[in-house]
Design a protein around this ligand. Structure first.
Ligand code: CAA
Length: 240
């Protein structure tokens, strides 16, 4: 598979594993990041994958950034909307700012990432859109009204895009990771994290590479008839 792939939030955590896996499968990969220059530089040095800095919450920055990626690598054929943040708080303590930041990045960020590449995919009659949702978008989560709303929204996005893109050779699917061993999950207080692991029948956190392999399948030519679906990879924590 020699295609151009764009991975947002692609230099750290699950996104970094996705970038590396798509590169190993033969793609030319562009990985975006929002702010951590040091991590992005280390990632590029390690992998040779070019990184691009923009804020997915900003439409104009996303559009300009994607234009640069396409000038450098060619038309984007695979887009992985992975960038996401948490601003966890029980609802009675959640501020409007915490709500809005998560909506802007996790939900509007998906629109801003996919919308600029969509016309080209339609014209070329090929595209793979993969959105990284979450088990917490499927089941809800204490202290994550904002995050769960965006991750449930992701499923609505892919199910709608799937219907719009199917005749144009474009698929849109979601992956719902459970709790994966990344900085995001490690930021959860240890006692809470331990109790969450106790609720995962697999008895462990997932590895970023386990999510990357799901994405690689959805990105592959083999997955052309898989459209509007959700792969849950959560160690049997939740079934939907
Ligand atoms: N279910 C039920 N009750 C819970 C709970 C839960 N999951 N988590 C916390 N509580 C309770 C506590 O026991 C405590 O109760 P008491 O007051 O009776 O002792 C109360 O809620 C916490 O109240 P606080 O005022 O102390 O809460 P806080 O303002 O300090 O917030 C927190 C703490 C933000 C909720 C913190 O516990 C936390 O971060 N929890 C984890 C939330 C979570 O799972 N986030 C997922 C992050 S990973 C991710 O998002 C990736 C992915 O896709 C899976």
């Amino acid at each position: 598979m020699s295609r151009v792939a764009l991975v947002t939030g692609g230099s750290r955590g699950i996104g970094a594993a996705i970038s590396k896996k798509l590169q190993a499968d033969g793609c030319s990969v562009a990985a975006t990041y929002a702010g951590n220059d040091e991590a992005a530089a280390a990632f590029s040095a390690e992998t040779g994958i070019k990184t691009y800095k923009w804020n997915v919450a900003d439409y104009d920055s996303s559009k300009a950034g994607i234009a640069q990626v396409e000038a450098d690598l060619g038309p984007v054929e695979i887009v992985v909307a992975n960038a996401g943040i948490t601003r966890d708080a029980p609802f009675h303590k959640m501020s409007p700012e915490q709500w809005q930041q998560v909506i802007d990045t996790n939900l509007t960020g998906v629109f801003n990432t996919v919308h600029p590449v969509w016309p080209g995919m339609r014209e070329r009659k090929f595209g793979r859109v993969i959105v990284i949702s979450s088990v917490n978008g499927q089941k809800g989560q204490f202290a994550q009204v904002n995050y769960a709303a965006t991750k449930a929204g992701d499923l609505g996005i892919v199910r709608s895009l799937a219907q719009e893109g199917a005749r144009a050779g474009i698929t849109a699917n979601a992956v719902c990771p459970g709790y994966i061993a990344t900085e995001m999950v490690m930021a959860v207080p240890e006692k809470v994290r331990e109790s969450i692991i106790g609720m995962i029948p697999a008895g462990r956190l997932g590895e970023p590479e386990e999510i990357a392999r799901c994405v690689a399948f959805l990105a592959s030519d083999d997955a052309g008839f898989v459209n509007g679906s959700t792969i849950s990879a959560n160690g049997a924590q939740f079934f939907s």
